[in-house]
Design a protein. Structure first.
Length: 497
């Protein structure tokens, strides 16, 4: 079924962008990609651009959006079953196109894994279908009258979109692929090339082949018209061997097409002056009210109500990437400062057990909540004194921006987006009012501990600490600047196409 008449375009239409993603908050989210996929299209729409989101119709998505209308049917091809396109809308007003294929998406568990945490065996086909349909909508064979000029894909799950378009015979949309985390590359056996409906010629070094395997991400990076990633620092880092994960040569060769654009945050959702999930609302002019959140957080977690102790906190996936093994290693010294520690997150079972054991040994000084709780995440940002993000690498990161907005100076390692968004506290940066947190460089537990001690010393000096809080709260981490950068890329790609 074709789209409605209102979907048809004219020569005077604004730029038309299809934003293809495997997750979009609050419908489905496993990490930062879900937040970006909700906030960035909304900010781009506010610029007058006609942007629409393409998202798989997972079971939880359909449950949250009753009454979706069918707008097209897509016939089976290669090893893909029949599918439908459904029309809906985000709360922000951004139109939403749902790829409905029950064989692929109507399941218990998450978007990528079973309830037991095992990758779905058919992920190549599940996200091959997403990539293929995104490409179809950007081709002359689209079943919709609305045709995007640019398809903006995200991570490996949409990485084959440029490949499908490159090997299509007819006119096509331009492509932009954003890398949110280069460590996840969508690597599968080469025998799947035919099952995915790609020509045999695509399995080559200048196509989707990667050291004898099929790589969704490598194919996208090779064949997209432009590439972006989520911070300027990460764009530089992934061109080197250390963080290039085997793709640094390709990314370096394509550096003229690679853009580092810092993610923003939802400043309406993350605003301590209006946040309904915290105990006491406050602003930079009413920072004294922040202490009410610290008390509420301690009460909820069972920590001692000791006002003379600083409270350090973490909200994170528990992985080695996040440097939390370093934190676990120095936790006894942190508590002996003296100080308290609150952690919310889940992931590596060994880290989970380590932090739970720490909390059991020090029930009044340390707390570990395994899993995720949105209300507790907000209360931690508001109630903690300092926020810990000691990542080995961090493409962008968002909690360091949330923390500054909440007057909770972050302690971060100088990598990727953390280095781009946090200004180290020094006499010079305090003097010019740019200091907003604590930055360490060496990737080690000792360097993290030294930064924690610096933060504890600064917290003991009210004037210094209040200056850090006010500086961070004055910074603008909204999406407007980033959205304009993306709009500029869209315009250039559409013009060249």
């Amino acid at each position: 079924m074709p789209a409605t008449t209102s979907d048809k375009t004219t020569n005077s239409s604004p730029l038309r962008i299809l934003f293809a993603t495997s997750e979009c908050a609050p419908l489905v989210k496993t990490g930062g990609l879900g937040d970006v996929s909700a906030a960035l299209p909304a900010a781009i729409k506010a610029l007058g651009i006609d942007i629409r989101i393409l998202l798989p119709a997972y079971r939880q998505v359909l449950a949250a959006l009753p009454g979706c209308r069918e707008i097209a049917r897509i016939e089976a091809t290669a090893d893909f079953p029949n599918a439908r396109l459904l029309q809906s809308q985000m709360a922000s007003g951004v139109p939403l196109v749902l790829l409905d294929c029950p064989d692929m998406y109507d399941r218990d568990g998450g978007p990528y894994q079973t309830e037991a945490g095992k990758d779905w065996d058919d992920n190549a086909l599940r996200f091959g279908l997403l990539s293929r349909v995104a490409a179809l909508l950007g081709s002359a064979d689209s079943p919709l009258d609305w045709r995007p000029q640019v398809i903006h894909g995200n991570d490996w799950q949409t990485g084959l979109t440029p490949a499908y378009l490159r090997y299509a015979a007819k006119a096509r949309a331009a492509t932009l692929l954003t890398v949110h985390n280069l460590a996840f590359q969508g690597i599968f056996e080469p025998g799947l090339v035919a099952a995915l409906g790609l020509p045999a010629a695509s399995f080559s070094p200048d196509g989707v082949e990667y050291y004898g395997k099929l790589s969704f991400l490598k194919g996208g990076l090779q064949l997209a018209d432009a590439i972006s990633t989520v911070s300027p620092g990460y764009a530089r880092e992934i061109q080197g061997e250390g963080l290039g994960f085997g793709l640094h040569g390709l990314l370096s060769a394509r550096k003229d097409s690679l853009h580092g654009i810092l993610n923003g945050i939802d400043t309406a959702l993350w605003n301590p002056a209006t946040d309904p999930l915290i105990a006491c609302r406050y602003s930079a002019d009413t920072l004294a009210a922040k202490t009410g959140n610290k008390r509420a957080l301690r009460e909820r977690l069972g920590l001692a109500l000791t006002p003379e102790l600083p409270l350090f906190a973490v909200v994170s996936r528990l992985t080695e990437q996040k440097g939390l093994d370093w934190l676990l290693q120095i936790a006894p010294q942190l508590l002996a400062l003296p100080a308290q520690l609150a952690l919310l997150g889940g992931g590596d079972p060994e880290l989970e057990r380590g932090f739970l054991a720490l909390a059991q040994r020090h029930p009044h000084s340390a707390s570990a909540t395994i899993g995720f709780d949105e209300t507790l995440a907000h209360l931690i940002e508001a109630g903690a004194d300092a926020f810990l993000m000691p990542s080995r690498f961090e493409p962008c990161g968002m909690n360091q921006m949330y923390s500054q907005r909440y007057g909770t100076p972050p302690i971060v390692r100088a990598t990727g987006g953390l280095a781009d968004t946090v200004v180290d506290c020094t006499p010079g940066t305090l003097a010019d009012e740019s200091a907003s947190g604590f930055v360490f460089h060496e990737p080690s537990a000792d360097a993290l501990l030294a930064a924690v001690r610096r933060a504890a010393d600064a917290w003991a000096d009210n004037a210094t600490w209040h200056a850090l809080q006010r500086n961070g709260m004055a910074r603008d981490f909204g999406w407007n600047t980033s959205a304009r950068s993306y709009a500029g890329i869209y315009a250039r790609l559409a013009k060249n196409r």
